[in-house]
Ligand binder design. Structure first.
Ligand code: M6R
Length: 607
C-alpha cells in the first residue's frame, strides 16, 4: 500500500514527483505529499486527499522549486487520513516517505520518547524519521544501515538529509522499490509505470540494499554497505500502456485489452502446436510426479485459482486444493515434499501470498509463481515462474490480469494432463487450437454484450444486494463476478453454487434480490435452469448469462446475455466478460470512482 517516488535531475522536481505519483495512485489515494530541496533547504507540501488536491494546493500556495526530492501517495494503515498523518514525515535533519509497515514501531516510539523525541502523527513512519534523526552521525549511509537493523516489518523508504542537498537515499525490505535511470537524471519508485514518462531503464533493489541518487548518478550498496553493481532492466511496457488512451476509465480500457493480453501470454508458450513452458522451468518430466497441487492466492487471483482447480482436476486428474493465502499461512497446512504450491498474484507483492509461498518452501513443497509484475518479490523467490503478460493493470478492480491468470491455468493444465498421460498429444493440440481462438472470441464477446451489460447495469443500479449463481466452472466464475460488483459498485453480493440455494439461501429471495445466473456448461445447464425457475417464481429479477447456441425461450429470464460459443472448458474466458462489464456499468450508473474504489488499494503489501 502507498506509493513512493524520488527524483534527482534537471527537471522541475515537484512536477516530476506529482506526475510519477499519478501512476502510483492505484496503490493508495487518501493523502499525498512531496519534499523538495529548494535552495538547499527541504520544503514540504502535503495534504489529505488525492494528488489532484495536492496539485490544487500547490497551485494556490506555491510549489517547492528544486531538482531533487521525494514523494508519496498514501493508503492509511496507522492513523486516519489527515494532514498530520500524510507523508513526508520529518525529524530535525531527516525527511522520509515510506511504503510498508513497521511492526515494532510501538517499542521504538517508547524508546524515542525516553530519548526526548516528540511526535506529531499517529504513523509508524514518523517513528522511523525520528530514529534516523536520533542515530544520525553525519554519514547518511551509516545511519540508514544502523536504523534498518532496528526495524521489524516491511519498508521501502525514500530519505533526504538536510545536510546533503540534492541527494536522495532509498532502501527496501519486503516492500517493492525500483531505481530508474535516464539522461543525467535518476528516480526511485514503488513500481515501473511511475517512471515510464521519463525512462524505461531501471534497476531492481534487493532486501536491505541502499541506493544513493545524486546529480552525478546512482550508487548501490549491499547490506554490509559495500558498493555493488546491478543489472540494468528494460521495461517492455510503454507509456500508452499506463494511460487511459481515450477510454473514460482504466477498468474499461483494461477489459478491452484482454484479447491482446491473452495473445501475449499464450502464444510464446506454444511450440509445434504443443504447450511449451520450458522457459518457465516447467517440463513434462519435472511435473509428472506431483501428487497434490495447492493453489494459494488472494481475491481475484484466488478466483482464477478456482477455475484452475476445475480445469486441472478435470483434465489431469490431480487433486487441487485452493486456499486463501491469509488462511493457508496460519493453518499449518498439509503440504510437503512431492506437492506443488502455485501462487497466483498480479502484483507479485501481496503480503499474504508472499508469506504463503515462504511457508510452502519451508514445508518442502516446490513452488510455481504465476505473476504479472516483472521482478516482483514473488516472481523472484519461486522455484518456477510463469509471467502473465497483461501489461500494467492500473484499475484497482482486476480484469485483464484475471483473464491471463486463467489462460495460464489452462496452459498448465494441458501440460500436466499430457505429463500424466491423461490426454494424448492430439487431444492436447485440439485443446490448444481452441485456446488460440479465445482472443478473437473475447473480441466478439465485447462487441456483442456491451449494450446488454449497460442495460443490466441500469437495472441493478438501485439494488441493495444480489446473488450470483452457477455450477462447476460457472460457480468459480460467479465468485469473480460477485467480487467485481461489490468492490466497485458497493452493492452487497454473494456467489452460490446454484444447487446449494435450497439449503438455506433461497430464503433471501424476494423481488428485491436480483440474481445473476451463469450457465455455460452443457451437462449442468438444465440443473441451473431449474434453479433459475426457483428464484424467479419467488420474485427475483434474473439475468442469465449463457452461450449463443443454447435453446431457451426468451421468457426464461428477465434478461438473457448470450456470449459466443467455444468448447465448454474454455467458456469462463468468454463468460467473464459480461460479468466484468455488468460491474463496470452498475458502478458507472451509481456515479462511483470506478478505478479507485473506496477503502481499497491495488497492491496489498500489508497483512
Ligand atoms: O496482486 P494480487 O493479484 O496478489 O492481488 C490480490 C488481490 O488483492 C486482488 O486480486 C484484489 O482482489 C483485486 N482488487 C480484485 O479486483
Amino acid at each position: 500500500m502507498c506509493g513512493i517516488v524520488g527524483y534527482v535531475g534537471p527537471r522541475d522536481c515537484s512536477d516530476v514527483l506529482v506526475s510519477a505519483l499519478t501512476r502510483l495512485e492505484y496503490r493508495g489515494y487518501d493523502s499525498a505529499g512531496i519534499a523538495v530541496f529548494e535552495n538547499g533547504k527541504i520544503e514540504v507540501a502535503k495534504t489529505k486527499g488525492r494528488l489532484s488536491d495536492l496539485s490544487e494546493k500547490m497551485e494556490k500556495e506555491g510549489k517547492p522549486k528544486g531538482h531533487a526530492g521525494i514523494g508519496h501517495t498514501r493508503w492509511a494503515t496507522h492513523g486516519q487520513p489527515s494532514y498530520v498523518n500524510s507523508h513526508p514525515h520529518s525529524g530535525k535533519r531527516v525527511t522520509i516517505v515510506h511504503n510498508g509497515i513497521i511492526e515494532n514501531y510501538i517499542e521504538l516510539k517508547e524508546y524515542l520518547t525516553k530519548k526526548g523525541k516528540t511526535f506529531l502523527s499517529d504513523t509508524d513512519t514518523e517513528v522511523v524519521a525520528q530514529l534516523l534523526d536520533l542515530k544520525y552521525d553525519g554519514d547518511p549511509l551509516d545511519t540508514i544501515h544502523t536504523v534498518i537493523r532496528m526495524l521489524k516489518g516491511s519498508f521501502a523508504l525514500g530519505i533526504v538529509f538536510a545536510d546533503y542537498p540534492d541527494t536522495v537515499f532509498a532502501v527496501r525490505r519486503e516492500s517493492p522499490l525500483i531505481v530508474g535511470v535516464g539522461d543525467n537524471e535518476s528516480f526511485i519508485a514503488s513500481d515501473v509505470p511511475a517512471i515510464l514518462n521519463y525512462t524505461k531503464k531501471y534497476y531492481l533493489m534487493n532486501h536491505d540494499e541502499i541506493v544513493k541518487l545524486t546529480h552525478d548518478g546512482v550508487e548501490f550498496f549491499d547490506s554490509h554497505m559495500l558498493p555493488i553493481t546491478k543489472e540494468l532492466q528494460e521495461a517492455d511496457w510503454d507509456m500508452d500502456a499506463a494511460e487511459k488512451g481515450g477510454y473514460p476509465h482504466f477498468m474499461i480500457k483494461e477489459i478491452h485489452e484482454q484479447p491482446e493480453a491473452i495473445k501475449r501470454t499464450v502464444l510464446p508458450r506454444i511450440r509445434d502446436n504443443m504447450p511449451d513452458l520450458s522457459e518457465c522451468g516447467i517440463t513434462l518430466e519435472n511435473i509428472k510426479d506431483f501428487k497434490n497441487i495447492h493453489i494459494v492466492a488472494c481475491g481475484t487471483a484466488m478466483h482464477a485459482g478456482m477455475v484452475g482447480k476445475y480445469v486441472i482436476e478435470g483434465l489431469a486428474r490431480v487433486p487441487v486444493n485452493v486456499d486463501i493465502a491469509s488462511e493457508f499461512r496460519y493453518r499449518n497446512p498439509l503440504v510437503g515434499e512431492g506437492d506443488l504450491v502455485i501462487i497466483i498474484s498480479q502484483s507479485g507483492e501481496t503480503a499474504d501470498s508472499k508469506a504463503a509461498m515462504s511457508l510452502a518452501k519451508e514445508y518442502g513443497a516446490k513452488t510455481l509463481a504465476i505473476v504479472n509484475a516483472k521482478g516482483s518479490s514473488i516472481a523472484r523467490e519461486a522455484d518456477m515462474l510463469i509471467y502473465t503478460h497483461a501489461g500494467p493493470e492500473i484499475a484497482v478492480a482486476s480484469t485483464k490480469a484475471y483473464m491471463v491468470q486463467i489462460a495460464v491455468m489452462y496452459l498448465f493444465a494441458f501440460q500436466l494432463a499430457l505429463a500424466k498421460g491423461r490426454i494424448t498429444e492430439d487431444e492436447c493440440k485440439s485443446l490448444l487450437t481452441s485456446l488460440m481462438e479465445v482472443p478473437d472470441k473475447v473480441e466478439e464477446t465485447l462487441e456483442k454484450v456491451m449494450d446488454d451489460c449497460q442495460y443490466a447495469g441500469s437495472s441493478l443500479v438501485n439494488a441493495d444486494s444480489l446473488l450470483y449463481i452457477g455450477r462447476g466452472l460457472d460457480y468459480a466464475l460467479s465468485m469473480e463476478g460477485s467480487l467485481k460488483l461489490k468492490e466497485i459498485s458497493y452493492i452487497h453480493s454473494e456467489s452460490y453454487a446454484a444447487g446449494e440455494l435450497k439449503h438455506g439461501t433461497i430464503s433471501l429471495i424476494t423481488e428485491e434480490m436480483p440474481v445473476i445466473a451463469v450457465a455455460t456448461q452443457n451437462a449442468l445447464f438444465e440443473k441451473t435452469l431449474s434453479n433459475v425457475k426457483e428464484v424467479r417464481s419467488r420474485g427475483a429479477y434474473v439475468i442469465l448469462v449463457c452461450d449463443e447456441e443454447c435453446h431457451i425461450g426468451s421468457d426464461v429470464a428477465d434478461q438473457i446475455i448470450r456470449v459466443p460459443k467455444i468448447r465448454e472448458e474454455l467458456m469462463p474466458m468468454l463468460a467473464i466478460v459480461p460479468l466484468q462489464l455488468i460491474a463496470y456499468y452498475t458502478s458507472l450508473h451509481r456515479g462511483n470512482d470506478i478505478d479507485k474504489p473506496r477503502n481499497l488499494a491495488k497492491s496489498v503489501t500489508v497483512e
